[in-house]
Design a protein. Structure first.
Lengths: 256, 120
């Protein structure tokens, strides 16, 4: 996955992500695609979540899936979740076993914690606190943005709490965050380096060209776009604009 | 660097623009009303996407079963029982999706906890 938060030269915050899903879940040699990714592309829906007759927040989901990978509360905050790989005994499957044994009975499932944050938190700061400190069953990166230029961060999660919170203002380029599936202070595996090309493409885009078109083109560039990419979602929290574009990478394209 | 043609390529280098806002119309919008009982919230989506949800589950089972012959009963029994431990409103929401799609509840649970299962 690749999540992007970028602040344009007027201070407006934009948030987007590529969802890559289905690694090692069946390669179809006839069409050169991952089987699960191909099926999931047909199941993408946008959802307006209503409470008290009003839209509370927006998300996109796979049909039949009740949790949330990406959500936007207009005028308040947006969150996207990227998978985090950790050592074997600290992953999601071990988390499930601990939950079943009662050791982590109150811990939250990742996509349901995202949903609860959308439903119960009313500001960027509240969301940041909730996503950082609620016990959960699997590691993840939460990429969170608000509506002000300094409201953007990567929350690097393990079971109990955040291992770190990386603010946009601490970045080498303090106007954008591009997060793939590695801790912010760790160099990506050379075979899976989507960070370096993504960062370079963002710098080519430049702050003055930040917007749906510019970020979409960055996320449509290889290898941030790859055979696992199922969609790109583009979000502007102030206006509530929320666009999901189906994606694929036909032909010669890196498999992940 | 990856070998060509798999190497990185920022399309901004070519002046290419692939963004067309009209393409977003391909993804439909639905409403989920949190004021409704959990069992009623997902019926529309589950009904409309019944065939695709079946296809996904069958594809998953096809990938798991060859190496683990007992996987199907494990999914149906193990994850089916697990749903009874899952907190509300998710337990009822998942059960209603299973009902609307005629898929065993354990298989819908497995789909919904995909992230935890496959995060290693």
């Amino acid at each position: 996955c690749t999540s992007v938060i970028a602040v344009d030269d007027r201070g407006k915050v934009w948030h987007a992500r590529n969802l890559d899903f289905g690694l090692f879940l069946g390669w179809d040699p006839k069409v050169h695609d991952w089987m699960i990714s191909a099926v999931l592309r047909k199941m993408v829906v946008n959802i307006n979540w209503y409470r008290d007759g009003k839209i509370l927040y927006k998300s996109n989901n796979f049909a039949g899936f009740v949790g949330i990978y990406n959500g936007m509360k207009q005028g308040e905050f947006t969150v996207t979740a990227n998978e985090r790989f950790v050592e074997k005994d600290q992953g999601g499957r071990t988390g499930i076993m601990k939950w079943l044994s009662g050791e982590m009975a109150d811990a939250k499932w990742m996509t349901w914690l995202t949903r609860e944050t959308m439903e119960n938190c009313n500001s960027y700061e509240e969301a940041k606190e909730h996503l950082s400190n609620t016990e959960m069953l699997s590691p993840v990166y939460y990429i969170l943005s608000g509506t002000k230029p300094d409201q953007a961060c990567i929350i690097t999660r393990s079971w109990e709490k955040a291992d770190s919170v990386t603010e946009i203002t601490s970045r080498k380029d303090p106007w954008f965050i591009l997060q793939t599936n590695y801790d912010p202070d760790v160099e990506p595996l050379y075979l899976d380096d989507r960070q370096t090309p993504g960062d370079n493409c963002m710098r080519k885009l430049g702050r003055r060209n930040v917007g749906f078109q510019g970020i979409y083109n960055v996320l449509s560039s290889r290898t941030n776009l790859n055979k696992l990419t199922t969609y790109t979602v583009l979000i502007q929290t102030d206006t509530g604009a929320f666009e999901t574009h189906l994606q694929s990478c036909p032909g010669d394209c890196w498999p992940f | 660097d990856l070998p060509a043609p798999y190497s990185d390529h920022c399309i901004l280098d070519d002046g290419t623009n692939l963004y067309d806002p009209k393409n977003a119309d391909a993804v439909p919008w639905y409403n989920v009303d949190l004021d409704k009982p959990p069992k009623e919230r997902w019926v529309q989506i589950a009904t409309d996407y019944k065939d695709h949800i079946h296809e996904l589950i069958e594809t998953l089972k096809g990938l798991i079963l060859p190496s683990h012959p007992d996987a199907l009963s494990l999914i149906d029994d193990f994850f089916g029982e697990m749903n009874l431990k899952i907190a509300q409103p998710y337990q009822d929401e998942i059960a209603s999706i299973a009902e609307a799609t005629d898929i065993p509840v354990g298989e819908i649970v497995m789909y919904n906890i995909f992230y935890e299962i496959f995060t290693v």
